[in-house]
Design a protein around this ligand. Sequence first.
Ligand SMILES: N[C@@H](CCC(=O)N[C@@H](CS)C(=O)NCC(=O)O)C(=O)O
Length: 263
Amino acid sequence: MSEPFQPAQKPESFSSTNDEAKLHLYTVGTPNGIKASILLEELHKEYPENKQLIYDFIPIRFSEKDQKKPEFLKINPNGRIPALIDDNFKGHNIWESASILIWLIDQYDKDFKFTFQDPKLKSDIFSWIFFAHGGVGPMQGQANHFFRYAPEKIEYGINRYQEETSRLYSVLEDQLKKPESKGWLVGGKYTVADINVFPWVRSYAWAGIDITPFPNVKKWLDTIEARPAVYAGLGVPTRTKKLTKEEEDQKAAEARKAFGWGK
Ligand SMILES: N[C@@H](CCC(=O)N[C@@H](CS)C(=O)NCC(=O)O)C(=O)O
């Protein structure tokens, strides 16, 4: 019988070590997948000696429906990426992208580099994480669907989800433009709240969203994008390049085929 998944691979940051990977990320290069690899890379940079943070990744193939296979459903009953197995905790499985970030911070960010010890600031981090997890992700995901993938162009659906995504961006803009924010969502520093929503906002163009009304969001995007750990995380499972219009249409067509949209 063939293996259900492609072999695990070590990311570039751990390619020179023979030490065993303790964390196993099941992923695809989508906004939800990338947020996990970005945080793993950030943690590795802050805690380079911590061998518990050595990770590998298993590239999930939507075209093969890897995410719906029984072996995967044992890891994530929702049949979606990302999912993480933590061998430092007897193979504990974590699913839902924000839940993975919270787990990693709680277990491995002992010096509060990407969070806060103060309970009120930690609660603010959760507010922004859940705002993004229940708002930006789902709404922008639907904007993507109606704008890029739906076999028919339904103006009502496109407008509804693009407008709601833009409204959510305006909430980010208002937060980021406050002088005390210092350009970050919580407590004047780069935290897991920023990491959680960054990959979604980064792909605004794919959802057909205009970023120009949100200059502080654009500046925040560029600042995060320039971080070496973010660059490393964006390369997992593979680094994508800027697409031409034809390549964008091809990518949308491949997704339509993989998910059976518009049959
Ligand atoms: N709320 C979930 C959403 C996960 C999700 O929708 N993942 C997409 C990729 S971004 C997926 O796995 N799609 C495959 C499918 O629907 O079968 C999370 O944040 O982890």
